[in-house]
Write a protein that binds this ligand. Structure first.
Ligand code: MG
Length: 306
């Protein structure tokens, strides 16, 4: 059913998703610090603040700023924003740094993105990790969320799996935000079915999402065994896992992030993706939402995100 979503509402949903994304990213990256134990978080002990956010948050801020400015993705402008805002010490992968350097020095993004990884294009997580707020922004239309996610992905990720990862996460966040507006929690199986329906059936990301739909209610370790936990830093071994965690813990942000930390792998990115989707539904400072003290522990977002 079509309905009107005012720009302020769109942005509020996207900002909550960005809060969830950035807190997940910043807290998740703490578990790469030597001596930090996932068991501490499970026991309710948080790492000392401030929690510094990484590339996931920096790129997501560019996506949100683009939507706040234009209401849609202008690929040329977004590519330039990613390139100009990139602080390499934030944990960008070497492939991403290379693409962004090419764009910054004048190579058109279609050329830079296509040249990555010996001409295959990137199937990394970069497009998926930054797109949750975009999905929440398009809570009124999963097809618009998917199309805009594709546009936001293409500027750096030319590989079909990299694009599919972004579409999956955006549609999950759109469905989560829509459910929040409608005031009901979607059944996890329906949420995953909605995500799968938006994906190219030829992709491994699609197969992974279908697979985790059959693993709802199972143990976390079993899901990690079946589809991965992001440790290979590809969309194929990250996105299905994050969809399962988000669908399972959609009304409990702390539980969702604890699951990412417990699973290990590329924790800042899995927690960023899951955090965006869950916060699109559960909100910030609400019961089950992003806890206020977690948000306060996160390094402030850059001024330019507004
Ligand atoms: Mg990161």
């Amino acid at each position: 059913m079509a309905f009107t979503l005012y720009p302020d509402t769109r942005l509020a949903l996207a900002r909550d998703a960005l809060a969830g994304l950035s807190v997940g990213d910043a807290l998740g990256s703490q578990y790469f610090v030597p001596g930090r134990q996932p068991a501490d978080l499970a026991d309710g002990r948080l790492p000392p603040p401030p929690w510094q956010w990484t590339d996931d948050t920096e790129m997501a801020c560019s996506v949100l700023a683009a939507l706040a400015e234009a209401g849609r993705i202008d690929r040329d402008a977004l590519a330039l924003s990613f390139a100009e805002r990139c602080e390499p010490y934030r944990g960008y992968g070497p492939g991403a740094v290379r693409i962004l350097r090419l764009i910054r020095t004048g190579t058109p993004w279609p050329v830079a993105a296509a040249a990555a990884f010996d001409g295959q294009g990137s199937c990394g997580n970069g497009a998926a990790m930054r797109v949750g707020p975009l999905g929440a922004y398009f809570a009124d239309s999963t097809s618009r969320a998917a199309a805009q996610a594709r546009a936001s992905a293409e500027v750096t990720h030319a590989h079909p799996e990299g694009v599919a990862g972004a579409v999956a996460v955006a549609v999950a966040a759109a469905l989560a935000a829509r459910a929040r507006l409608d005031g009901y929690r979607p059944d996890p199986a329906r949420l995953l079915a909605g995500v799968a329906a938006a994906l190219d059936p030829a992709t491994e990301v699609h197969r992974g999402v279908r697979r985790v739909a059959g693993l709802l209610g199972r143990q976390l370790a079993e899901v990690v065994d079946a589809v991965g936990n992001g440790s290979r830093v590809t969309a194929q071994d990250t996105v299905a896992f994050t969809c399962w965690v988000a669908a399972t813990h959609l009304d409990d942000y702390p539980a969702a992030i604890r699951a990412c930390v417990e699973a290990g792998g590329d924790v800042d990115t899995t927690a960023a993706i899951v955090g965006a989707v869950v916060a699109a539904y559960a909100g910030v400072g609400t019961p089950g939402g992003v806890p206020d003290d977690w948000l306060a522990a996160r390094e402030p977002l850059p001024d330019w995100v507004g």
